[in-house]
Design a protein around this ligand. Structure first.
Ligand code: NDP
Length: 251
């Protein structure tokens, strides 16, 4: 049977592009997001059959556990996990169909928004990794890609909390890679720069593009190729791969 890949945040943006590429390469894809209809819309757009959509808020431990149990029962063991579920300053909450603002200068950031960012971006990936590992340790193999950010590596004024969530993900990825390497499970972090998705919808009109050496925002499909590379590279673990058009050089 073909490999099963769980893509958290697979309904839109980078996760959707990853889901599409994995399906083209013959994987079965379990698309996870809070909005079931959006996840289902991704599923119907994928090449091949046997893909499934699941609704789950990755920041909620019980939901994550239940969904991964369901995935394992209905689809089998998980070979790949991609953690692309995340929120930033400008968040499209598809359940409520509205944009809201989650970060900004620290002095203006509400504690409840700090919690929401950390719970989704950092705790969420920890919970899904833990749940997927049950499958991977059982089969003695698997690969995980967590999506971080160049902002987590370099910092950015106005994004303290987002940056902390992504920097935390880097430490988590490296530590988990050490914990599970002996069981043939690999864990890597991909750190994108500015990518053209819902998350950057408010940024694209600004002058920020001038700071990117390649002179443009990246496309989700360009990130997906790098995610696939990490998933399929059997001798790479505990690494950070930056996909940012050279932005980090200028930060
Ligand atoms: P999008 O806003 O386009 O997509 C985010 C995805 O995550 C959606 O599928 C969304 O679905 C899902 N999601 C959000 N919150 C939750 C949650 N609590 N539980 C489950 N699913 C959730 O974002 P991008 O594709 O741009 O971002 C993907 C990842 O890449 C994020 O981690 C982001 O921080 C990171 N990144 C993005 C960059 C960019 O420039 N775009 C740059 C650097 C990093 P739903 O709303 O239905 O839950």
């Amino acid at each position: 049977m073909s490999r099963l890949c769980v893509v958290c945040g697979g309904s839109r943006g980078i996760g959707r592009a990853v889901s599409k590429l994995l399906a083209e390469r013959g994987c079965r894809v379990a698309v996870v997001s809070r909005n079931q209809d959006a996840a289902q819309a991704t599923v119907v757009s994928l090449a091949g059959a046997d893909h499934m959509a699941f609704s789950c808020d990755v920041s909620k431990g019980e939901e994550v556990q239940n969904i991964f149990e369901t995935i394992q029962k209905t689809c089998g063991n998980v070979s790949y996990l991609v953690n692309a579920a995340g929120i930033n300053r400008c968040v499209l909450n598809t359940c409520m169909n509205q944009y809201s603002y989650r970060d900004g200068l620290l002095l203006r950031t509400r504690p409840e928004d700090m919690v929401a960012l950390l719970h989704t971006n950092l705790l969420g990936s920890m919970l899904t990794c833990k749940a997927a590992l049950r499958s991977m340790l059982h089969t003695q193999g698997g690969a995980i890609v967590n999506i971080g950010s160049v902002v987590g590596l370099k910092g950015n004024a106005g994004q303290c909390v987002y940056s902390a969530s992504k920097a935390g993900l880097e430490g988590f990825t490296r530590s988990l890679a050490k914990e599970v390497a002996s069981r043939n499970v690999r864990v890597n972090l991909l750190a994108p720069g500015f990518i053209r998705t819902d998350m950057t919808v408010g940024l694209r009109e600004g002058g920020g593009v001038r700071t990117i050496p390649l002179g443009r925002f990246g496309e989700p499909e360009e990130v997906a190729k790098a995610v696939l590379f990490l998933l399929e590279s059997p001798y790479i673990t505990g690494q950070v791969l930056v996909v940012d058009g050279g932005l980090q050089l200028a930060m």
